[in-house]
Design a protein. Structure first.
Length: 125
């Protein structure tokens, strides 16, 4: 039997095919698409999709990160344009380590957080 038929064939003759009895496995129980982002799916969004600073710090290579200290002479330079981003927004957390961010646009909140961590913002055209 071809593999693309196997799952449905296995369920032939077994009334509910693994989806329970009345009213189960129907329609869209959690809503369609991204519905419920501020209600019943909020924990998922907050836990697994945090703000932009997680992304910003993830652009620093791991081998560079492990040698960093608050008083180190060498600081990482994060050029967000190289990674395909134009603007840095201020949502999320940052480690208390200095670094340099190069971007076209930086929001006021992001700039404040970067400077608070001891970093520098460099605007490029």
């Amino acid at each position: 039997m071809p593999t693309h038929l196997s799952k449905t064939r296995k369920h032939r003759g077994h009334v509910s095919a693994g989806h329970g009895r009345v009213g189960k496995h129907r329609k869209h129980p959690g809503g369609r698409g991204l519905a419920g982002g501020q209600h019943h799916h909020r924990t998922n969004f907050d836990k697994y999709h945090p703000g932009y600073f997680g992304k910003l710090w993830s652009l620093v290579p791991a081998e560079e990160k492990k040698d960093l200290k608050e008083d180190s002479e060498v600081v990482p330079v994060i050029d967000v344009l190289q990674h395909g981003y134009g603007k840095v927004l201020g949502k999320g957390q940052l480690p208390k380590l200095p670094f340099i961010v190069k971007a076209r646009f930086v929001s006021a909140k992001a700039e404040a957080k970067i400077k608070e961590a001891g970093g520098v913002v460099s605007l490029v055209a």
